[in-house]
Structures are given as C-alpha cells and as structure tokens.
Design a binder for this molecule. Sequence first.
Ligand code: FES
Length: 105
Amino acid sequence: MSKPTYHLFLCSSFRKAGVQRGTCHRKGDGLLQYLEEGVVERGIDALVSSTGCVKHCEKGPVLMVYPMGWWYGSVTEDAVDDILDALEDGNSCDGLLHEAHAEGA
Ligand code: FES
C-alpha cells in the first residue's frame, strides 16, 4: 500500500484498555462509516483511522486531517460532506475548523 495523500483521524473516544469514554463516540455514532464512504465516493486518496481520545471532548466529535493538521469539532454528517467537498480541492473547510487549530488562532 502506498502512502496516502491525506490521513483522516476521527476520535472514537478510546481510553486505556480500549474502553470508550467521552463524547465523540456518543455524538458521532455511525460517523466513521459515513466518513469512510464519503472518502471512497469522492475518490479522495485518504486513509481513515479512528483514534483514542484527543483531549478535546467538549468539541466532539473531533476530526483531524493530516498532514495539514486541520482539526474540526462538533462534526456531523453534514459537516463531513462539507469537509470532504473542500478536501477534494485540497482546501480546508474554514467555517468548521476547531477554533484552537484555525489558521492564525
Ligand atoms: S472523546 Fe474525543 S476528544 Fe475526548
């Protein structure tokens, strides 16, 4: 497998010993599959992974896009559509960026 252009990390709230605790998995039920399907449908060269808690629970569900380091908070299916639509053109979806990771913040 070649290295993908993008790596998308969706917080799935995993903690020690694999236990899910926190807000992302509760608010984002089904979001990982929706994200995977959206990437495939658009033909975006991206790998999607779920992560442990990234310590921004109050902003959950949290989605991170690397190598750019774009962090999105309170992600919904509609937000995933907007984020992936922008990513198709190599852009961030500025209105949805987590404030702590927005450019210039
Ligand atoms: S559970 Fe996702 S940031 Fe904590």
